[in-house]
Design a protein around this ligand. Structure first.
Ligand SMILES: Nc1ncnc2c1ncn2[C@@H]1O[C@H](COP(=O)(O)OP(=O)(O)O)[C@@H](O)[C@H]1O
Ligand SMILES: [Mg+2]
Length: 251
């Protein structure tokens, strides 16, 4: 199952991706988290893993990426991913597409082309979970990167921008032709109620309250390795979607 985690900057994409990844791994699933945000570095810390080498260098680095699109389209299987680009502990792995590192180095387009094709053509085993921590906002929807997803998870924090983004994604949903779900994040009782007034509640797959442990672990650069009932419930629901929607004919 391929899960793409989207949302506005700061909504909690990396946090949610890491928490889901660790919970799936705890349940014995083979998990690959892909850091697809060219601007942020945090997710390896959330997962308690080392920062892997940028995967774009496997394809020759940023300037050669456009020429290699056909190779990338050929597809890969997770077991053939080169070890030197993977950071791994047990059944939890992390791959980072690439980061902007220098002032004036140009746009992130080559990395985005790589990630779009790579994520679409990567083949998973039946029990494997791919969790993609997407770049902020909506640009990747314009490039149809979500074609590679089974499930699009939109993280909604208590801001008007997030609500607006959810409206936009709902509008896209029938074109995306994917299961689109919302995770309300960093909410309390009051803000949760306000969000529910504005978003399609049938799409809400889970709610993660504002939690000081998350915030402090992040601030201190510590892994998010504590148990959260809210995250367990989201993983239960995702497994249900996997069983009922994504492979209903499997015996
Ligand atoms: N449920 C939560 N409770 C408290 N703080 C949170 C929660 N989710 C995310 N945060 C904090 O919000 C900030 C942004 O989260 P992050 O996952 O980096 O967002 P994004 O990846 O969408 O930019 C971080 O400081 C993170 O610790
Ligand atoms: Mg992030």
């Amino acid at each position: 199952m391929k899960i793409f985690v989207s949302g506005k900057g700061g909504s909690g994409k990396s946090t949610v991706s890491a928490l889901l990844g660790m919970e799936f791994a705890k349940r014995g699933r083979e998990v690959l988290v892909v850091d697809n945000d060219e601007s942020n570095y945090g997710i390896h810390t959330h997962l308690g893993l080392d920062l892997p080498k940028d995967f774009m260098y496997y394809f020759g680095g940023k300037k050669d990426l456009f020429d290699r699109t056909e190779d990338i389209k050929d597809g890969m299987e997770t077991e053939n991913l080169p070890d030197e680009y993977l950071s791994k502990e047990g059944n939890l792995g992390l791959l980072a597409i690439g980061k902007i590192k220098e002032y004036g180095e140009g746009c992130a387009c080559p990395m985005n082309v790589l990630s779009g094709e790579f994520l679409k053509s990567l083949s998973l085993h039946d029990e494997e979970i791919l969790i993609v921590d997407m770049d902020a906002g909506i640009e990747h929807f314009g490039r149809k990167v979500e074609d590679g997803a089974d499930i699009v998870l939109l993280v909604i924090d208590p801001t008007r921008e997030s609500i607006k983004l959810s409206e936009k994604i709902t509008e896209f949903a029938h074109n995306i032709d994917k299961s689109v779900y919302f995770v309300l994040n960093k909410v309390d009782e009051e803000t949760e109620t306000i969000i529910y007034e504005s978003v399609d509640e049938n799409k809400v797959i889970g709610v993660i309250p504002e939690d000081e442990r998350i915030f402090k672990a992040s601030l201190n650069g510590k892994p998010l390795d504590f148990q959260l009932g809210s995250v367990e419930e989201i993983v239960d629901s995702l497994v249900e979607v996997e069983e009922k929607v994504l492979r209903p004919f499997k015996s």
